[in-house]
Design a protein around this ligand. Structure first.
Ligand code: NAP
Length: 283
């Protein structure tokens, strides 16, 4: 029940209607029996600063940040975690005694399904060089990948992406390449990650990669698609047909949300409830 004492959490984005975060967070809040509610806030970029002022006034305890605010919000916060600084984006904001604290839990979410394996000598190949690719690069570095290759379609954006990591130790392991160089890189890739939106519903019949090229992957390679609708994507279906282990983006979504909720509530959260709520909703 929402009363005058109920504490507020939420998610900001523009648009925000598609967000699945309220589904999983409110399911966890209900299961825990804590007096919180998690709401979607559609915030036009032009109103971002005013929205933060408003959140302070109404006592919002914390919020998730999605497109297009993940980078724009950084200069408006009082403190930013080292992780978020390295990634260059914030997806979670907490109210603290000294103001707004921003961090990035996409990295935790991305890594969650990969933790059981040793990646020390591994090579990662990342398709796309947008916002999510930044968390993936940081994650691949954190688990110890020896080489991290990022393939993109725009030479200038790739150069900017590469330059943005030059003050970070990942730079010694990071290589960028244009899309036409993809076939040459595949034979080394133990982990192939799609961070482009190619194959996301409603374009579910598309794949970022020619299925014939997937034959080049080494035995035991893992194919990871950040997309979670549809499940599985065309890319993951094709990779599984080649014998790859396939991981979709649902677990990343669940785990990044679980880490955020844990930060806001300062207690452990029911990850399985969050996962089931999302699965039920997507079904
Ligand atoms: P983004 O910042 O817009 O980046 C998208 C990247 O894909 C860009 O590098 C873009 O290239 C590239 N791209 C787009 N269309 C392409 C095409 N037709 N051919 C080649 N490259 C193409 O988006 P994002 O925030 O990184 O999100 C990317 C995907 O990850 C989305 O599907 C999103 O839903 C998913 N995601 C999932 C989770 C999760 O929790 N599972 C979390 C975050 C994101 P240009 O820069 O050249 O346009």
């Amino acid at each position: 029940m929402i009363t005058g004492k109920t504490k507020l959490l939420g998610v900001i984005g523009h648009p925000i209607e598609h967000s699945l975060s309220p589904v999983m967070h409110n399911a966890a809040i209900a299961a825990l029996g804590v007096d919180y509610v998690y709401l979607p806030f559609p915030i036009d970029p032009i109103n971002l600063r005013r929205a933060l002022d408003g959140f302070e006034v109404i006592g919002l305890q914390g919020f998730s940040v999605t497109i297009p605010h993940k980078q724009a919000i950084m200069p408006l916060l009082n403190e930013i975690s080292e992780t978020a600084k390295a990634i260059g984006a914030v997806n979670t904001v907490c109210r603290t005694a000294s103001g707004w604290y921003g961090t990035n839990t996409d990295l935790d979410g991305f890594l969650a399904p990969l933790q059981s394996q040793n990646w020390a000598e591994a090579t990662a190949l990342i398709l796309g060089n947008g916002g999510a690719a930044r968390a993936v690069v940081a994650g691949c570095y954190q688990i110890g990948c020896r080489q991290i290759h990022v393939v993109g379609r725009d030479r200038q954006k790739l150069k900017t992406f590469w330059q943005s990591w030059q003050d970070h130790p990942v730079s010694a392991h990071l290589f960028v390449a244009e899309w036409q160089e993809l076939p040459d890189r595949l034979s080394q890739a133990n982990l192939l990650v799609n961070t482009t939106p190619i194959g996301m519903a409603p374009d579910a019949d598309r794949s970022p990669i020619d299925p014939a090229l997937l034959e080049k992957l080494p035995a035991g390679a893992i194919a990871y698609d950040l997309i979670y609708t549809p499940r599985p994507t065309k890319f993951l279906q094709q990779a599984a047909a080649q014998g790859c282990v396939a991981i979709d983006g649902l677990e990343m979504l669940v785990q990044q949300g679980a880490v955020a909720l844990q930060l806001w509530l300062k207690q452990s959260v029911p990850v399985e409830v969050m996962r089931s709520a999302l699965l039920d909703f997507l079904r």
